[in-house]
Design a protein around this ligand. Sequence first.
Ligand code: GDP
Length: 271
Amino acid sequence: EAALISSDLGVSVTERVMKRLKQSLLGTDGSQAVLVQKALQQTLLDVLSKASGPTLEQLIANGPKPFVILAVGVNGVGKTTTIAKIAQRLVQGGRVPLLVAADTFRAAAIDQLQVWADRVGVAVIRHRHGSDPAAVAYDGLTAAKARHVDVVLIDTAGRLHTKSNLMEELRKINRVIGQELPGAPHEVLLVLDATLGQNALAQARQFHQAVGVTGLAVTKLDGTARGGIVVAIADELKLPVRLIGVGEAVDDLQDFQPRAFVDALLGMPYE
Ligand code: GDP
């Protein structure tokens, strides 16, 4: 119980997990540590399975072209880095991605996306600092159609101090994308920083309510034993984790694997 709480599972989820754990151990010899560990592992996997879904790769492979991903999340969580990592993966898989710099609020955000794009070798659609983000997104889709792009990755603003404006802006981008390309965005990918613990859960609630998140990318899972927030989010919002970030380098991106994740969380190899 202490381990679950210190890994940021949250008190209420921990209580529920403990209850389920006790039920699953009824009739067994609960004094054997290995039985308890296995039951705990299975209980956490059951919670995560409520939020399971296809990988991003599977979504793209079975989705329309261009496949449009709207990346949302608070500044500093690793949104731009994650977009670059996804772009690199797509390039390696023989696909053509296009990046769209729709965080026009911070000049540095546009430049940062450009730096990553140059590194990975992909094109960016950008407007000037301060321009309308929805207009950049619109241009991005127009360009994507003209250039036979496979996947459009739209970077958005994530400033916190004007939360209601931010959510309104995201809704507008969402609308404009849908008008230009019916059915788009095909994935609203919320990027969350695992080290933020319960704050990440609060962010997930807000973004989900505003724009209808369809998948999660959870960053900074390297060097933290506090990934339990992923279980809490799965339990409450039932949003699938598509990807995890495990470092600052461009190839530090993995598909989410519930089993490996739970083992790492519990700090135990499974036999
Ligand atoms: P944004 O403001 O959300 O676009 O965030 P950035 O992409 O600029 O990332 C913020 C910081 O987090 C940078 O220093 C990144 O190198 C770092 N970062 C991003 N993803 C990861 C990750 O998976 N692990 C670690 N350790 N750092 C990360």
